[in-house]
Each structure stands twice: as C-alpha cells, then as structure tokens.
Design a binder for this molecule. Structure first.
Ligand code: FAD
Length: 416
C-alpha cells in the first residue's frame, strides 16, 4: 500500500467507485480502502445456485438520466427497460381493485400536498389526516421509499427527491451490484478488508490508521454511510463534529431483502408482484420471478425491516412464507425455500438501508457535502441534494467530491 498517495477514498461503494472513475487519467495516485472483503458496499449481487440476486440496490431509478445506464451499456451490460410490476397486485389477491384505487389515491393526494402545500412542521405524517384509514398502507410505502415512518421524514427532503426523479425504473440483467463492482478503474489501488480505524490531521496531510498500517494522503474522499460517520467505528478529530452532527440528522432508515427459492410447479407468474398485507405498515412487498428466475424477492422497509432484525432471519422467512400462503393458498408452502437475505443494519461498516432527513433537517445534506479544510471531501448517497438513497446519487456525489479534490490539489500538482 502506497504510504503517501495523493488521494485516499474511504469506501468502495457506488460513491467511491464514482470518485475513482473521475480521478482516473488525472495522473493522481489514488488508493481506495474498504472494510469489506468485496467491492460495492450497498450494491451487492449475490450469486445463488438458482439466480444472481441483488441484496442491495436493484433498480436503476430515473434510468433515463442515471449515469449507471450509460456505464452499463458502454461496458456491455444489458439494461432491461421494461416497466416494473410494483403497481400491480397479481390477480388482486388480498387487495381488491377498489381498495387499490382508494389507497393509491390517498398516496397521490399526500404526495401532491407534500410538494404544493407542505406542512409547517416539515413532518411528512402531518400531510395526512390523523384518522386516514389507509395510513398503514402509506407507512408501508414510506418504509420502502425512505426506510422509516412518516413521522420521521422531512417533507421538504422527500419533495426534493420526488420532483427530481423520473418514472423510469430499469434493471441491469447481470445485477446492479455486478455492474457497480465491475466499474472500478484499474488505475485505483484497491485495498479490501482494510477498515480505517482512525482519521487525524497530520501537517498538510491526513493520516488514516488502518488495520494494516497508516497512510498519509494529501486528500481524503470520505464515502462511508451517515450511520458510520455519526457512529463510533472511526475515531475522528473533534473538528469534524459538525459533519458528524449533519450525518446524525440524515440517519439511515431500515431496508432489507429476503429471497425465497421457488421449487417445482407453482402459481407464481414471472414478473408479477403482490403487496403482502395492504393494512399492515410492516408488510413485505413481493417481486415474483424477476427475469423469469425461480425466486421471489421480499422487500422490507421501516417497521418491517426492524421487525425482521428483532425476530431474526429464520422468523422473517417464516413470516414471508405465511404471507404468501395467505394470498396464494397454503399449498405454496411446499414450493418455497429460504434462499438468502440481507443484513445491512447488522453490517458495522454500513449500518442500515439508506438516508432520509429528519423533519426540519433537509439542509443537513448541504452541510454534509461541504469540504473540510480543502483536504477532506464528503461523498456518498446522503450528500446528494435530490438523488439521495440511490446508487446513481452516490455515483454523482463521488464525481463531485473528486472534482473538488482535483481543484484543491492543483497547486500541489503544479509544484511537482
Ligand atoms: C435493501 C436496499 C435496497 C436498495 N435498492 C436500491 C435501488 O433499487 N436503487 C438504488 O438506486 N438504490 C438502492 N439502494 C440504495 C443504494 O444501494 C445506496 O444508496 C448506494 O449503494 C450507496 O452507495 P455509497 O457509496 O454512498 O455507500 P456504501 O455503498 O455504503 O459505500 C460505502 C462503503 O464504505 C465502506 N466503509 C465504511 N466504513 C469504513 C471504514 N472505516 N473503512 C473502510 N471502509 C469503510 C463500507 O464498507 C462501504 O462499502 C438500496 C439499498 C438497500 C440497503
């Protein structure tokens, strides 16, 4: 490991890889370090014997303006542009058509109110009538979208994402994680299984203490999640307290996935979808046989993801199978097998799903993205003003931080 690289990137997720791609070809010596033994961070395509499944990001949100779409096609990865099945309830199971329309109408009205007449409290729940019967449905959606209950979501932050996103949700056939991990340029010196334990200022440089020694880059691009930055896993100087404070106001919500294998003949149709229980705020939402593969993806958000963590993965799989059996009939139990599940909240170098601003705290994204002393540059999904919580927002934040670092290091380059 070079002991004095020009730039060290902490984190080899979408943001770190985005930064490394922008730095490639500049002549700067770049090291990229990650605690995990693999690339990608929250982008992780896991290969099971029956299908490659995305345990983290899976959808190229705003696909028509998503930089990963271009990178995928440039590198020979096939992009699937079919519309997602989220908006459908297979055979209206457990969710009659009239109820679907009523629930979606309430969601649309709430969304509209958030953007046109947001509540003075900036609390997303305050845009909803207290006795709204579809409140549990909206809480479930808030779990999927933001990872937390509406009471803990900033309306302004939510509206900024909503206004910027397009309705194009695409997929990479080989998996989003596969694409992102394959996109690190060869010029970056990669160090996996290398957690940064402490960061301190050392003269004009920054000292990063890792489990395999200390390096002293001129600049650092910091991409670890907000829960990591606000937490205790990295010892940081007190001068970074304002950034830790901003991170605490942008916590990660809870989002997890469980994959079930479908064995033998079953009623499960390819590319179909069911919401488990539209009246349960902790319900799973099920994407059935993506790309025709013999699996079902159960997505959990907010209360559902926290319940799964509290009960343990075996119980969470049992609950998912119960929910599918209640809709498709108990005979489906014999063709469902637990395959693999995520544990983002329990992974110390990640710590949760994706960031949301607490009520009144949307501006924390700007504070978090501000460089420290022209030598520490902050990236990661949470630093994006509109496309936070996504892999493309993470990528763009990495590019932005790399450009800030290039500008800051220009005098050093001239002095060489
Ligand atoms: C279940 C789930 C589903 C999702 N679905 C989608 C989706 O469909 N579409 C979408 O666009 N987004 C989705 N996302 C969000 C998306 O995955 C993230 O926003 C994005 O991957 C974050 O990238 P990042 O680089 O900012 O952070 P990370 O991926 O968290 O990368 C930061 C890296 O820093 C490393 N690190 C932390 N601490 C240290 C340390 N001390 N030393 C060294 N390394 C360290 C971590 O190990 C990690 O690899 C999903 C996320 C989850 C959890």
């Amino acid at each position: 490991m070079s002991s004095e690289p020009d730039i060290a990137i902490i984190g080899a997720g979408a943001a770190g890889i985005g930064a490394a791609r922008r730095l490639a070809g500049t002549g700067l010596c770049v090291s990229i370090l990650d605690s995990l033994p693999r690339l990608g961070g929250r982008a992780w395509t896991f290969k099971t014997p029956v299908a490659a499944v995305d345990l983290g990001c899976g959808w190229l949100h705003s696909g028509d303006r998503n930089p990963w779409t271009h990178i995928a096609e440039e590198s020979g990865f096939e992009v699937d542009r079919r519309a997602t099945a989220w908006g459908e309830q297979f055979r209206n199971l457990g969710f009659p058509k009239a109820d679907q329309e009523a629930a979606r109408h309430v969601f649309a009205r709430w969304s509209e109110q958030i953007s046109t007449t947001p509540p003075a409290s900036d609390r997303a729940s305050d845009a909803l009538d207290k006795d709204e019967p579809w409140r549990p449905y909206l809480q479930a959606l808030s779990g999927y979208i933001s990872g937390d209950e509406l009471e803990r979501i900033s309306a302004k932050d939510y509206a900024a994402y909503d206004a910027a996103s397009t309705d194009h949700n695409w997929r990479v056939m080989a998996g989003y994680g596969t694409l992102i991990s394959a996109s690190l340029p060869a010029s970056a010196h990669l160090h996996l299984s290398t957690p940064v334990e402490a960061l301190r200022l050392a003269g004009q440089r920054v000292a990063l203490q890792t489990t395999v020694g200390t390096i002293q880059p001129l600049a650092v691009i910091f991409t670890a999640s907000t829960n990591v930055l606000a937490g205790e896993t990295i010892v940081l100087p007190s001068s970074l307290d304002p950034w830790r404070d901003a991170a605490a106001r942008l916590p990660l919500g809870d989002n997890e996935k469980l994959y079930l294998e479908i064995v033998g003949s079953s009623p499960f149709a390819a590319e179909s979808h069911v919401l488990g229980n539209p009246r349960d705020p902790a319900t799973g939402t099920y994407y059935i046989r993506p790309f025709g593969s013999p699996v079902i993806e159960c997505f959990l958000g907010g209360a559902g993801a926290r319940r799964a963590a509290a009960e343990g993965q075996d119980a969470a799989f049992d609950r998912a199978i119960d929910q599918l059996a209640s809709q498709f009939g108990s005979s489906v139990r014999r063709c469902l097998r637990p395959l693999v599940g995520s544990d983002w909240a329990g992974t110390p170098s990640i710590g949760g799903g994706y960031s949301h601003a607490l009520p009144g705290q949307a501006a924390a994204r700007i504070a978090l993205a501000t460089p420290f002393d022209s030598r520490i540059f902050f990236a990661g999904e949470a630093t994006h003003r509109t496309d936070f919580s996504t892999a493309h927002g993470a990528y763009e934040s990495g590019v932005r931080a790399a450009e800030e670092a290039i500008a800051a290091l220009a005098p050093h380059a001239l002095a060489r």
